[in-house]
Design a protein around this ligand. Structure first.
Ligand SMILES: [Zn+2]
Length: 49
């Protein structure tokens, strides 16, 4: 089962990336370091629905 999720910047809260996650990954929240164009730097992005 595949569902869609967004990755939101934990600094400014903007949703910058859309990802697909498989069902067996849902137990732990995904956190990735990605570039945020609003912050102008790499920040930690976490999964939101
Ligand atoms: Zn940001």
């Amino acid at each position: 089962m595949i569902k869609k999720a967004s990755l939101a910047c934990t600094v400014c809260g903007s949703r910058n990336y859309a990802i697909t996650v498989s069902g067996n990954q849902r137990s732990n929240r995904i956190e990735v370091k990605k570039f945020c164009k609003y912050c102008g730097k790499h920040t930690l992005h976490s999964e939101t629905r």
